[in-house]
Design a protein around this ligand. Structure first.
Ligand SMILES: [Zn+2]
Length: 462
């Protein structure tokens, strides 16, 4: 019998048939996400919501043997929809990045099927705290009879399989999962069962992430990518809702963001870059050629407009060519804070470029730190001479900001009352998306040149 969005009953086949019909009805909505009328950015947000939120209630209320296969099929259908909408293909490592939670640097399309045992345990804990605690069963010592029911035996089997004392899943509550008596005694209090699913799934995914990091077969580039994306600023862009123009990405930019973040392979790319220094891939494309100056200027303009919005006087020096930028010793932007103006230089570095890869592998963020130190050496003395401060405003192409950027945003936000100007989170997200747009611009330009060079090689006379 369907009840409150799930189903209850003693006929396993009828329960399974109901759940199958329910999941099939979700699949019917997926072709809408693959339509071109829906932007790629929105399609990704909806795909993430579909794969995480929608199956949750079913997984909490029905045992894993009913939900696991069904949700595996649904997870596959969601991924196929994303592939269809973006025309990208995800396998091996790129699929790992696609499925990693956002907080681990992934895209967050985490499979719902793999967490069904944990969702079921949490659902049972909630049922126990909501029902047994208030009933006479516990108080009159009838719990031994309840323990013999099929759903309680299933619960015991799951907790003993997934959370034995020696399991690698790190969870404080494990000692309460030794057997059904300890479980019921602890989780009949709602203060313990509340948010249990989030704690269980977090512990499960943290363990999975540790296993991925420990995988010795991971290539240096993939390892560097993994560590470069697991930070707050890199992950911010996945949470952007396109409610205003600043937070909206074109389909090309959103598809680039997905491809660059997951290192998805693209068979349409030429083998070599037109610079002849490297094979062609997006990692090379975001820092080859002069378009990176445009990315630099885009970041600079956003910072200047934040300052103007916060009613702060600024002076900026335009950079017109890469050579110009290398020679000139003047700072990019001077922010006229009191009592000391702040001179700044905007710099973007690719932590996965061959020249930085080893440093990134030793410690994530080292490329950014080194680049900022270099900028300090170049500009600090001259700033001090003018009685100013200096801060290098560093960004990594994969999204990390230097502490100086975060400090500047905090300073700008504190310059105005709460109801005026931008909040720190707004400015951070804006910069993250500007960086994506700038990277995409560089990559598209490099790709066009590489394709042209390939065609010239193929037919030199035409
Ligand atoms: Zn190149």
């Amino acid at each position: 019998m369907p009840l409150l969005g799930s189903v209850v009953g003693t006929d396993p086949k009828a329960v399974r048939d109901w759940a199958t019909r329910e999941v099939e009805s979700w699949k019917k909505a997926l072709p809408l996400l693959a339509r071109e009328e829906l932007s790629v950015q929105l399609s990704l947000l909806l795909a993430r919501w579909s794969i995480t939120s929608k199956p949750n209630f079913l997984a909490r209320t029905l045992p894993p043997e009913v939900t696991k296969d069904l949700l595996e099929g649904f997870d596959q259908a969601v991924l196929a929809t994303v592939e269809q909408r973006t025309q990208l293909h995800f396998d091996d490592f790129s699929r790992t990045m696609l499925q990693l939670p956002v907080r681990h640097g992934g895209v967050g399309l985490s499979p719902s099927a793999e967490t069904v045992p944990h969702a079921y345990v949490a659902g049972m804990a909630a049922a126990i705290s909501g029902f047994l605690f208030h009933s006479s069963i516990m108080q009159q010592g009838h719990f031994n009879e309840v323990k013999e029911t099929a759903s309680m035996r299933k619960l015991e089997e799951i907790i003993q399989h997934h959370y034995p004392a020696d399991s690698p899943i790190k969870l404080q509550d494990k000692r309460h999962m030794a057997d059904l008596d300890s479980f019921a005694k602890h989780y009949c209090h709602s203060k313990h069962s509340t948010k249990l699913q989030s704690r269980l799934v977090t512990a499960f995914r943290d363990d999975k992430f540790a296993q991925i990091q420990a995988n010795k077969d991971l290539s240096p580039h993939h390892r560097a990518l993994l560590s470069s994306r697991a930070n707050k600023q890199s992950t911010a862009a996945w949470r952007a809702f396109p409610l205003t123009a600043e937070y909206e990405l074109t389909d090309d930019d959103a598809t680039f963001m997905l491809e660059y973040a997951t290192a998805a392979s693209n068979p349409g790319y030429p083998e070599r870059c037109s610079c002849n220094k490297s094979h062609f891939d997006l990692e090379h494309a975001v820092h080859c050629g002069p378009t990176k100056l445009q990315r630099h200027n885009m970041m600079q303009h956003r910072l200047v407009s934040f300052a103007r919005e916060q009613a702060l006087a600024v002076k900026q020096n335009p950079r017109l060519t890469v050579e110009d930028a290398k020679k000139i010793l003047e700072p990019d932007v001077i922010f006229y804070f009191l009592p000391k103006p702040l001179e700044t230089d905007v710099t973007v570095v690719n932590p996965c470029a061959p020249s930085w890869l080893q440093q990134t592998l030793i410690k994530a963020g080292t490329a950014l730190h080194s680049q900022c130190q270099k900028k300090c050496k170049k500009y600090l003395d001259s700033a001090l001479l003018h009685g100013h401060d200096f801060a290098p405003l560093g960004f990594e192409t994969h999204g990390r900001f230097s502490q100086h950027v975060l400090d500047l945003l905090a300073k700008l936000a504190s310059n105005t009352p709460d109801n005026v100007g931008y909040a720190i989170a707004d400015m951070t997200l804006d910069l993250s998306l500007t960086l994506v747009r700038g990277n995409a611009l560089c990559a598209r330009r490099t790709l066009r040149h590489a394709l042209r060079a390939r065609d010239l090689l193929r037919s030199p006379l035409s």
